[in-house]
Design a protein around this ligand. Sequence first.
Ligand code: XMP
Length: 322
Amino acid sequence: MDTQEIKLDALNAETFIEDQVKAIREAVREGFAVNALSGGVDSSVVTLIGHRALGDRLKTYFIENGLMREGEAQQIVEVFKTLGVTVEVIDAKDKFFAALAGLTDPEQKRDKGITQVFYKDVFGELVRNCGAGVLLQGTIFTDVEETIAGIKRQHNILSQLGIDTQATYGYKVVEPVIQLRKPAVRVVGKALGLPEEMFTRPPFPGPALATRVIGEVTPERVTLVRAATVIVEAELCDSGAFQYMAILHEDKVTGMRDGKRDYGYQIEVRCWDSTDAVTATPTDVPFALLRKIADRITTEVPGVVSVTYNIAPKPPSCIEAV
Ligand code: XMP
């Protein structure tokens, strides 16, 4: 692979930021650029580097794909307002759900359901409308590595797979943090003045809750996993874990409620210790806390009768289920 990693101990955040500001200015020249901010550490860092480089010539969008967590759009718009960055929310829910309908294979869900809609339909149109020639995005070193290794096609890997974004989508893609792994991105985020709760946020994948719905991704099924996510995040946010999540299984299982059979949904909880997402081990969550999570999910999320905890490490498991 051509991309060279900048290791954490070799990183000088200020010099790195200056270099990336320069590279962005060179790529965009006198023109405009766009970027998608999901509120994760990577896209937040790219947003701030991009605004340092281009000011108002960078248009930042939050793509509401219908797959985000509860209240995410509003929260991110507010945080970035305090940092002097205007974020426009684009409602693209219908486009994503239409593309995801009927897809159950993980790679097809990422490619047809997310990548194509994101880069071709949503950004293709935004770029045409505002006349931008460049998309800035927060691809990191681990994303490239996993895709090249054939583990998983991360939704944001394009040129490394031989895709000419100019010819295919009509714009160039610039990736300021592609040489960094997550811990290094956090250091750069701190140096840029991101609030601590933003640069220490657990990772959240670009395809969002679609990576946590096994089988078809429908608005109803996303609503279920979103409600379970609120509970899992509230209960595990003080665990010190690298990442934690709720996953909706495809199969239903037999349960019982009020003395009657209830054929309902299964939620799997995952909580990971890791430094860079390359390998991970399940966190030793106290059993009483797991029981509390199960009780809350089965009473607060309609139709859920089973809650499991994943105890297999990565590898052979992966952090996300899809
Ligand atoms: P996996 O599931 O591959 O996840 O063990 C490793 C890390 O990457 C995140 N992840 C993604 N991030 N697009 C992203 O931007 C994706 O398609 C994607 N898939 C996984 C995951 O949350 C974890 O931190």
